[in-house]
Design a protein around this ligand. Sequence first.
Ligand code: CA
Length: 227
Amino acid sequence: MRILLVEDEKRMAEALSEILRQEKYEVDCFADGLTGLAAGESGIYDIIILDVMLPEMNGFELVKRLRQKRIQTPVLMLTAKSELEDKVTGLDCGADDYLTKPFMTKELLARLRALGRRNIATPDKTLAFGDISLDLDNATLCCTQNGESVRLSEKEYRILEYLIANSGQILSREQLAVKIWGFECEAEYNNVEVYMSFTRKKLSFVGAKTQIKAVRGMGYELRCDYV
Ligand code: CA
């Protein structure tokens, strides 16, 4: 698996590259946004790790340009601040996940494994529920009633995939956090709510009648009462 790392802090870049190489990833590292963009546009990478504050072009702009050019390589943003606003900006620009500095190596590697899995094809390429369908190949949500579709981030896709696979059941925040992020950690529970709201926006964007219902004190359930 080949990783593009765009990070201008030399020590951070070296430390990260070293860790990733130990984990058998191939790593190319660039220290400014423009060079990073050119590398990302080559389309040869499986995952892109992107710092936000970069010389020449910041990480938000970089990922936006990649998505405009239809480069769909999963992007993990490294944000210096933990403010929701940064996460939202990054995800709006087309990033798939974010990690706040400083972070644990274990956490980084777990996120990379999750992003890497997106590129592995499975025999079941379409999932459907109510008036929605999910296409694994291009991570797209489609409303089967009107044909509208939208691209999902990796997390949004996995949330819907998990909800569809367990339709008729209420899934707790804890279950979702463990399933989507792969490990138990209190801080991740807030992420579930953040991504749940993004996922709901995508459902309403395509005009789907299928909804993610919050069941007070219990969790979430996928419901479609109208089809
Ligand atoms: Ca930086």
